[in-house]
Design a protein around this ligand. Sequence first.
Ligand code: UD1
Length: 442
Amino acid sequence: MEKIVIEGGHRLNGSVRISGAKNAALPILIATLVAPGEHRITNVPELADISSTLSLLGRIGCPSLVSGPTVRIDTSRIAFSEAPYDVVRKMRASVLVLGPLLARHGECKVSLPGGCAIGVRPIDQHLKGLEALGCEFTLEGGYVYGRTDGLKGAEIQLDFPTVTGTENILSAAVLAEGTTVIHNAAREPEVVDLCNFLNSLGAKISGAGTSKLVIEGVSRLSPATRPYPILPDRIETGTYLCAAAACGGDLTVTNTDPELMSSVLLKLKETGCTIETGVDWIRIYRNGARLKAFKVRTEPHPGFPTDMQAQLSTLASLAEGTSSITETIFENRFMHMAELTRMGADVEISGNTATIRGVESLTGAAVMASDLRASAALVIAGLAGEGLTEVLRIYHLDRGYEKLVSKLHGVGAHIARVSDDIIDRAELQEAVNASTARAQAS
Ligand code: UD1
């Protein structure tokens, strides 16, 4: 296994190109199942979760070919309609096959996702919506078996605007007979991207981006003639902006969309950073002044995203004054706080609120990543902290950040990816120096 080693204290200057959004690419790649034939999807990030998705589609009988950011998938034939435990365990989003497989194939078998590091995360709302469309489910041996004799449009009221739940129901309703209305639907940009993609196949979805989605079912969908480009990753964008806010410097993220980011950009402005935006770029810089404390509460879109909460925690750790962070989406999403404390952060947690008294600086330490965004928070802490930080269990980062180390090298970070076996401090420092020098020379 590998870990990331960072020598902190270097400002970030220059530009980072943002990849396609993981959370849009996953449902879109899986939704190709609803339209038999060959699909071309572009701006797909190179990530472990994408490889897992393509291997799941391969097991279902749909081979794919990856060429840089473009993926070709042939969904002409469905051989198996199952997402087994070993796949779902690694990537919870595999449950997204439920809707498309039921719509196209009339049956499917999906392992229940179970718990994960950030909470229980049930799928009751997915099943409730699909049942309303005419699916029947049984639970056996840790698997959900679903079948239907034909989907019929229905009015569905979600108890919570679940993102993948909305996506699962949408991807089934497009092929249902009649009209489906999803009330209290998720409004996240990735859901909008899925609606746009499905419409490019011939679906009739209106209301994307609002909490009421209306889907007129059609009898058949076909692959689009043009490749479909995945929207930019707003969480990757926000993560690099937070890194620059923490380290200081002058950073521009490109190939992104500021319109998707208003709640995050407003919060970064509150910390005292200057933000400028263009159509597809965002520039952030901070003069020598310390970051200012802030209050933030996670909410469904367009509120502040839970996927940016951990990264903001690192900024709060360094900000002047006392910040408060309230997590309302997931019940167990403060695991990074204990690791930040090991680097010198002053954090007190009460229920779903963390009170963080900012310190002048964080100090490097060996820290353990618990989930994807928690890992990003620790990398930011390492970049801004003093001395060497080792971030362990980086397979989480590989799930969601394309070429993280080389993108950070490109803006002046001193960072390396090394084997877990290297523990000697001098050797770790040498690895960071060598990797950074190589990147600067290339
Ligand atoms: C998606 C994102 C994830 C993000 C989250 C919230 C993907 C692949 N993942 O996850 O990065 O953090 O949205 O923005 O897009 N819930 C239920 N029953 C259900 C479904 C959800 O109780 O049937 C609860 C969950 O336990 C959680 C909340 O609803 O407390 C939000 O979950 P949801 O929006 O479904 O998140 P995901 O779609 O899993």
